[in-house]
Write a protein that binds this ligand. Structure first.
Ligand SMILES: [Zn+2]
Length: 509
């Protein structure tokens, strides 16, 4: 009897999912649902509202306009600042979620003075016999996934992070590849052969669609599943670009990768242990799209992230009393606003639907080819370089759905300045103006998305993260643990408690 009392605490949850939309806060969620409402109305040939620019509430309220996770019964809200900054980065936010401590931006699972290293909830769950899966749409050694298996003074010590991944013993890694698997790219990092270490430690590395999907019926005890085609920085491609990279259906979405991880880990757990699993899934490119101020790229990636949540919901429906699903973001990115001065109380999301590729795909492909063709002899002092270039005017229309002749003079002027800057690195603006207008991105591309987004009714105030609190959604066993307004460090403690981890966080390594 006494024995039973000592292990009484809250019922442990056997299967725990933690979904993290990087850079996803209320603006990213509401704009995506508004886009879904618009698409739903248009698909059934209904007018959007009584006047142009209206969006009738009946569409926003319709189930077709709802992300799966916003329908969860439990909601919380978290503050996101880190040890020294109101605006956290993904490394310090990841540390908060994984270890329950505040550290400084750029650092993973260490105290700001680098004297202490901490264990993550994933490591603690693994130590008590749970299987662990870490998935992301960006590189698998990126700051957010790294927070679950590594400690690093800098998030850019990719080789050291990859080395710690290979030594983690976790059962499943999936998503993008490694940034520096062979050697250090930055001084202070290590120089290990990560692939050799993975092989030595018994990992199978897969990077083709059929053998990754095959894990659903033939699970492996330790696996790293990497998407065949990687876009920027060893990441999965943006979901909006799927039509270009996925000729022949050779790739996997984050959602498909999540389904593979669930099946693989459940089968493995049934065979050995029966202690359940902890799966972390990051939608990492929502953040990258928002850094670049590309709303369509962000919104479409939010829907792919939501589809991954759908895989966990399917699992929950089979194991409702043993499963918990938590969905949140690590911070807002871009200072995205639901509304813009250009459109005031109106919104024209349908005008953004003409965008056929992300800023990244356009910059890497159409823009690159265009620049190579027209850069020679370019005179940036002319005021009509873009207006007089028929190919560029056609690209605006074909890739972004922007009709040049319908733009106002201020929008045309910004496009001319950006075009000059992208073509020659020079324009008539001063440096301060260029910094504010382009934020280090390809000037023409970021100007196109700014104009397209403001026409739709979405604004941007930053190219970085902002400090607004982030909502959290929970469903399943012990979901009510996540009710309320709390700090991001509390999330690690709540996760540890629902997984029956005996130690109280933070736990030193
Ligand atoms: Zn970011």
């Amino acid at each position: 009897m006494l024995f039973a009392v000592s292990s009484m605490a809250a019922a442990e949850v056997k299967y725990v999912f933690f979904f993290l939309g990087d850079g996803m806060s209320t603006s990213q969620i509401q704009t995506t649902e508004a886009a879904m409402a618009t698409a739903y109305a248009k698909s059934s040939n209904q007018s959007l509202g009584p006047e142009a620019g209206d969006l009738d509430a009946q569409y926003l309220l319709n189930a077709a306009a709802h992300l799966r996770f916003t329908q969860f019964p439990i909601m919380g809200m978290q503050t996101t600042y880190d040890a020294y900054s109101l605006n956290t980065d993904s490394a310090s936010a990841g540390t908060a979620f994984a270890c329950g401590i505040k550290t400084k931006s750029g650092m993973i699972n260490m105290s700001p003075d680098q004297k202490e290293q901490y264990k993550s909830v994933a490591q603690l769950a693994h130590e008590r016999g749970m299987k662990v899966g870490i998935l992301t749409s960006v590189s698998i050694d990126h700051a957010t996934p790294a927070s679950y298996y590594a400690s690093a003074a800098s998030r850019s010590y990719y080789n050291s992070i990859g080395t710690q991944l290979a030594n983690s013993g976790y059962e499943f890694f999936g998503g993008g590849g490694f940034v520096s698997p062979q050697k250090a790219e930055k001084s202070g990092d290590t120089n290990n052969d990560v692939y050799a270490l993975l092989a030595q430690n018994g990992y199978t590395v897969l990077n083709d669609r059929s053998s990754i999907l095959n894990l659903k019926t033939n699970p492996k005890s330790k696996v790293v599943a990497i998407n065949p085609w990687l876009q920027d920085s060893s990441a999965l491609p943006y979901h909006l670009d799927k039509v270009y990279y996925d000729n022949g259906n050779k790739n996997l979405t984050l959602s498909e990768m999540t389904a593979v991880a669930i099946a693989n880990l459940e089968a493995l757990d049934r065979k050995e242990g029966g202690k359940g699993f902890f799966i972390m899934v990051e939608g990492g490119k929502i953040d990258w799209a928002c850094h670049a101020n590309d709303a369509m790229a962000a919104m479409v990636d939010v829907t792919d992230f939501d589809a991954a949540v759908g895989q966990a919901i399917d699992f929950y429906n089979k194991h409702p009393n043993e499963t918990l699903i938590v969905v949140t973001g690590d911070h807002e990115t871009g200072g995205m606003s639901v509304g813009h001065a250009t459109t005031a109380y109106k919104a024209y999301y349908d005008k953004m639907f003409g965008q056929k590729a992300t800023f990244q795909y356009f910059t890497d492909n159409q823009w690159k080819a265009h620049k190579a063709k027209y850069a020679t002899g370019y005179d940036y002092t002319r005021s009509d370089n873009l207006a007089s270039n028929a190919e560029m005017v056609a690209l605006l229309k074909d890739v972004f759905g922007l009709d040049y002749s319908s733009l106002n003079d201020y929008q045309k002027e910004r496009l001319e300045d950006a075009y000059d800057q992208s073509m020659t690195g020079k324009n008539s603006n001063n440096n301060a103006a260029n910094k504010l207008l382009y934020g280090g991105y390809e000037p023409i591309t970021v100007t196109i998305t700014h104009i397209l987004n403001e026409i739709g009714g979405i604004g941007w105030t930053s190219y970085s993260h902002t400090g607004q609190p982030v909502p959290l959604f929970a469903k399943g066993e012990n979901a009510d643990t996540f009710v309320g307004f709390y700090d991001n460090t509390d999330i690690a403690k709540k996760l540890a408690s629902v997984m029956g981890i005996a130690q109280s966080l933070p736990v030193l390594k």
